[in-house]
Design a protein around this ligand. Structure first.
Ligand SMILES: [Zn+2]
Length: 400
């Protein structure tokens, strides 16, 4: 008999809206029913808390006063828990994965940072195995095909133009696990590389770029569909030079990543982007590095050292010293900020944290919303929006 758990009494966030005093029924690793589907799928079965027989038997967990939202999907994250995906070590990658899971991220890609092409190919081989075994939703290559003028925390001497053959080399090294690549489309080979990625079903993301408004429109036309951490590592929005920000915000085909940690973006700017793009075209990401979920101190980011002070990560030395180097954000904090500081509704925040990135990564048939048949990936928050529970594939990572 498949184990059945009913989570009852909470405010449940469904694609159709918030259900007060809702119920989510978990059967094995999947969602069997939510409030709006209960009558259709469970007619004549559930007879009460633990009172039935056979498949009617279930445990009920009272979550009154809590929120149940879909498990979060992070499409841009480099590490956490002191561990980095760039290490090319499966155990270290799992440490990062577990750290973010405990903060509500039940699906994530592994983001790499700029490195030597052979190094990146080796990392990709390791990360593709973790993708195959279901721990990752794929790989996001960030660099080396990015602008030397906007390299942020990436090592300038390892940057290169996006020659399609090199882009292809990384995609092939990922053995089907490449989900996204961030590149600067204005570089030589940029548009051809965008087309190549789109042809291979890999999301082409515009980022770490010095692109103009017009050149960015060309990249979107060529198949780019994501803005990598919009506003960060690209020209600012100016009234006579709208640059990539205006182009990426206006096109309906583009989803914009936003880092909602209060350091990378002012809340007013985040709200402006949300108002322009709408709730279906924003994805909240962490862009977290190893220090996420840890205390202040020194941490590696690829081949570089990062100093974390008051939760803000900056490159410690070398030509890019002082640059913000990713974040120490986790998505439970991004959620709490969204609904307590950024004036977003819970539904808007949930779309940006779950449904939108799930759709982008091509996994929306399995995750991203609390619908029957999907994986039982969910996060429980108390009334103050503090995380109290995480379930992944029907198992509690953190029991409320
Ligand atoms: Zn990043």
């Amino acid at each position: 008999m498949v184990e059945r758990t009913v989570l009852a009494g909470a405010r449940v966030v469904l694609p159709t809206g918030v259900v007060e005093d809702g119920r989510v029924t978990v059967e094995g690793r999947r969602i069997a029913a939510n409030d709006s589907s209960e009558h259709a799928t469970a007619t004549g079965s559930a007879t009460g808390s633990g009172g039935g027989r056979g498949r009617d038997e279930h445990a009920t967990l009272d979550l009154s006063g809590h929120w149940i939202v879909p498990g979060f999907v992070d499409m841009h994250v480099h590490g956490g828990g002191g561990a980095s995906f760039s290490a090319g070590d499966p155990e270290e990658a799992l440490t990062a994965i577990r750290t973010h899971r405990a903060h509500g991220t039940t699906t994530m890609v592994a983001s790499t940072v700029t490195g030597d092409l052979d190094d990146l190919a080796r990392q990709a081989a390791v990360l593709s195995e973790l993708t195959e075994q279901g721990d990752l939703a794929g790989i996001h290559f960030e660099g080396p095909f990015i602008s030397p003028h906007r390299c942020g925390a990436h090592q300038p001497e390892l940057l290169r133009d996006p020659h399609p053959a090199d882009v292809r080399k990384l995609v092939d090294a990922a053995r089907g696990a490449a989900r996204m690549m961030t590149l600067a489309p204005e570089l030589a080979g940029g548009l051809d590389s965008v087309r190549l990625l789109a042809d291979h079903g890999v999301v082409a993301a515009v980022g770490h770029t010095d692109s103009s408004y017009e050149a960015t429109l060309d990249a979107i036309e060529a198949g780019a569909t994501v803005a990598t951490h919009l506003f960060n590592a690209m020209p600012s929005l100016l009234h006579r030079a709208p640059g990539p920000i205006a182009a990426l915000l206006e096109d309906e085909r583009v989803t914009v990543e936003l880092i909602n940690d209060g350091t990378h973006l002012h809340p007013a700017v985040l709200e402006l982007a949300f108002a322009r793009a709408g709730a279906d075209r924003v994805a909240f990401i962490t862009d977290a590095m190893g220090a996420a979920g840890m205390s202040d101190g020194m941490y590696p980011l690829g081949p570089m050292s990062v100093e974390v002070k008051d939760g803000v990560a900056r490159i410690a030395d070398g030509p890019t010293a002082g640059s913000i180097a990713g974040s120490t954000l986790t998505l439970d904090t991004a959620f709490k900020r969204a609904v307590t500081i950024d004036k977003l509704t819970v539904e808007q925040a949930v779309r940006a944290l779950s449904a939108n990135p799930a759709r982008l990564l091509g996994v929306a048939d399995r995750v991203g919303s609390l619908e029957p048949g999907k994986d039982a990936d969910l996060v429980v928050f108390d009334a103050s929006y503090d995380l109290v529970g995480v379930m992944r594939k029907g198992e509690w990572v953190l029991r409320p």
